[in-house]
Design a protein around this ligand. Structure first.
Ligand code: PEP
Length: 248
């Protein structure tokens, strides 16, 4: 059975000390679920101590970014080998904050998706339209191009996770309705099916992200093509994150 994936993206929050405190509590609260996987993506500086805390806990570890090259003179960047050696299993690639604040384009995102898998880490390819694109009726065009370009030449659907995160719903308190989210998730599933075949596409987890909270997670998770959640703000507090992890 495909496990759902509930992932916390901590963004630029929590020092190593704060991360360790949080993860010790999370590790005690999280039981081993048969039907869901729990993932946290702390800042780079917390990854190594986080891996130590989580080594016997049923909580996976992810990074929020990676560089596209194996190594080199790239001051301030983090290589895939550095992440892998720190115990990282997942990498968020092309989060809208990376695209819109730091200027990442589809080609950079594609490089990150590919190199993550090369180093044995599952990429979480983030896609999503801006509010003006939705209002102009361009949602599906944007998603098509981000998925097509983000996965160009990518041949490891078995490792892939995709996150649909409408930009207008991230950190705004606005959530896509379950129906709006499902419609885009189904579209992504069909694209994956065209790229990799139906069976492999069904195994890819497609997460929804954008102001997910304990109050709205159940109705989102009941949708056929929503296989999990990528959670920002609500993943920073134990109560709200556990309220999402324990969706029913
Ligand atoms: C995110 O950062 O990916 C996100 C979805 O944030 P939030 O849950 O705060 O909207």
């Amino acid at each position: 059975m495909k496990k759902s994936l509930i992932a916390g993206n901590w963004k630029m929050y929590k020092t190593p000390g704060e991360s360790v405190d949080f993860l010790k509590k999370l590790a005690m609260e999280t039981v081993k679920y048969n039907d869901r996987e729990v993932l946290v993506c702390p800042p780079f500086t917390s990854l190594y101590p986080a891996a130590e805390i989580l080594k016997d806990a049923p909580v996976s570890l992810g990074a929020q970014n990676v560089h596209t090259e194996k190594e080199g003179a790239f001051t301030g960047e983090i290589s895939p080998a550095m992440l892998r050696d720190s115990g990282v299993e997942y990498v968020i690639c092309g989060h809208s904050e990376r695209r819109n604040i730091f200027g990442e384009n589809d080609s950079t995102v594609n490089g990150k998706v590919r190199i993550s898998s090369e180093y044995g880490m599952s990429p979480i390819l983030c896609v999503g339209e801006k509010i003006e694109e939705r209002k102009a009726g361009k949602t599906f065009d944007v998603i098509r191009s981000q998925v097509e370009n983000g996965l160009s030449g990518y041949d490891r659907p078995d490792m892939l996770v995709v996150a649909y995160e409408p930009v207008w719903a991230i950190g705004t308190g606005l959530t896509a309705t379950p129906e709006q989210a499902q419609e885009v998730h189904l579209f992504i599933r069909q694209m994956l099916s065209n790229l990799y075949g139906r069976e492999l596409s069904m195994a890819v987890r497609i997460l929804y992200g954008g102001s997910v909270k304990p109050e709205n997670v159940n109705s989102l998770m009941r949708q056929d093509d929503i296989d999990g959640a990528l959670v920002g703000g609500a993943s920073l507090k134990l109560d709200s994150f556990m309220g999402i992890v324990n969706y029913s």
